[in-house]
Design a protein around this ligand. Structure first.
Ligand SMILES: Cc1cc2nc3c(=O)[nH]c(=O)nc-3n(C[C@H](O)[C@H](O)[C@H](O)COP(=O)(O)OP(=O)(O)OC[C@H]3O[C@@H](n4cnc5c(N)ncnc54)[C@H](O)[C@@H]3O)c2cc1C
Length: 373
């Protein structure tokens, strides 16, 4: 069994690793000249960590992460309590994206990754799929995994007319500061006025990841730093907690990543007989639930369980789709409940309901219901 994976982001790399662990021969094609990760910090939930444990890299991932908790506060500093959920529903691990992708690339084996080689198109045959690459070469495989992100070219061919869509008015600002001069005794996530959310989470190596998001943002004006500071002002009622503002002010303008949020449209199918989508290519969603990568890691785990050297590929992909599409339909419902929550308290409650559901209903590579990590 041979698999071609398109995209060496977190999901393509995890898919490559899961398939290799299952005994499948894998090559990953990545259009960029190096393994890199757009973004700064990344929160991984227990279901993602359980996958990494099963793939034998759990300890290494935890070594580049810092345990944190997703508890929200209001701008006056009050905790938005969710007593109906347990502490385990709030726990996540904050990792540095680039370090995680490097670790995954090493685990996959760099000799199995072809950089600076983009996907062009595929041609499906009854017993294999031919992949045409941007350098003019072709590669044959039993299965093609499209893990090429929200702007997926594989998706464009598998589901014509499915371009990425803007989440209207939703923007994010974020950065990791390696050596903050500000002393932080805790992490803090705040739900504020005007659709703003944000906060700061410490990294395992003494740095800090700060982020600010806004739904229904007015037109962006001024420098990127000023845009982030303007949103942070909605998260600090009465100027009681200046930490987020100070962190943003201390961040060099060029280190601040600002992006509008793009989504994958809801798709009628994720697979054909020999082509399958995973990660953001299939389900890029709004990051207000901070779980897109975590859920993409689940996709990778399931591919590793279903695609073995003796698998019937069309049957395996049909089983994958039968598992994934209903799960993501439910994710979309829970995510919308968080997004449209009328109050911050209800946002926090819907959020905890989502993370509780996601963690407790995830299935491990072995096919058993996951235990909490
Ligand atoms: C602001 C923000 C915060 C977030 N925070 C979290 C969080 O805390 N926790 C969480 O779980 N998720 C989070 N997410 C979601 C998470 O970032 C994504 O779900 C995840 O990165 C998707 O990974 P991926 O591998 O599917 O796609 P990508 O990371 O986009 O990787 C796709 C790869 O494919 C390559 N590629 C594209 N086209 C081609 C081609 N034609 N040929 C070859 N290669 C190609 C790209 O270069 C790239 O390397 C957040 C998202 C945002 C926007």
């Amino acid at each position: 069994m041979r698999a071609v994976v398109i995209g060496a982001g977190i999901v393509g790399l995890t898919s490559g690793l899961a398939l290799r662990r299952a005994g499948v021969d894998v090559v990953i094609y990545e259009q960029a000249p190096e393994i890199r990760a757009a973004g700064a910090g990344l929160g991984l939930w227990a279901n993602a960590l359980a996958v990494f444990d099963e793939l034998g890299i759990g300890a290494q991932v935890r070594a580049i992460g810092k345990p944190s908790e997703m508890y929200f506060h209001d701008p006056a500093g009050r905790l938005l309590a969710t007593p109906e959920f347990g502490p385990e529903d709030h726990q996540f691990l904050l990792v540095h994206r680039a370090k995680l992708n490097d670790l995954l690339a090493d685990a996959v084996g760099r000799e199995n990754i072809r950089l600076a080689t983009g996907f062009g198109q595929y041609q499906e045959h009854s017993d294999h799929v031919t992949v045409r690459l941007t350098d003019g070469s072709e590669d044959d495989a039993d299965v093609l995994v499209g893990a090429d992100g929200v702007y997926s070219t594989v998706r464009g061919q598998l589901v014509p007319g499915s371009p990425a869509q803007e989440h209207p008015g939703h923007h994010a600002w974020r950065a990791v500061i390696a050596n903050p001069r500000i002393t932080l005794s805790e992490d803090r996530l705040i739900l504020g006025a005007h659709g703003c959310r944000g906060g700061y989470v410490r990294t395992y190596d003494g740095g800090v990841y700060w982020l600010v998001n806004q739904f229904n943002s007015p037109e962006l004006t001024g420098s990127v730093k000023q845009q982030a500071l303007d949103r942070a002002a909605h998260l600090d009622q009465g100027k009681r907690n200046r930490v987020l503002t100070e962190l943003i002010a201390a961040t060099p303008e060029e280190m601040i990543l600002q992006n509008k949020i793009m989504l994958a449209p809801s798709l009628p199918h994720w697979v054909s007989a020999r082509v399958v989508l995973a990660g953001d290519a299939a389900h890029a969603m709004s990051p207000h639930i901070t779980a897109g990568a975590t859920l993409g890691i689940e996709d990778a785990a399931l591919l590793g369980r279903l695609l073995t050297p003796t698998s019937d590929v069309p049957a395996a992909l049909a089983a994958y789709e039968a598992d994934r599409i209903p799960r993501y339909a439910h994710v979309a419902e829970l995510s919308a409940a968080v997004e449209h929550a009328p109050t911050a308290q209800q946002f926090a409650q819907h959020y905890a309901a989502f993370s509780h559901w996601m963690i407790t209903t995830a299935t491990a590579i072995s096919g058993t219901r996951q235990v909490r990590a």
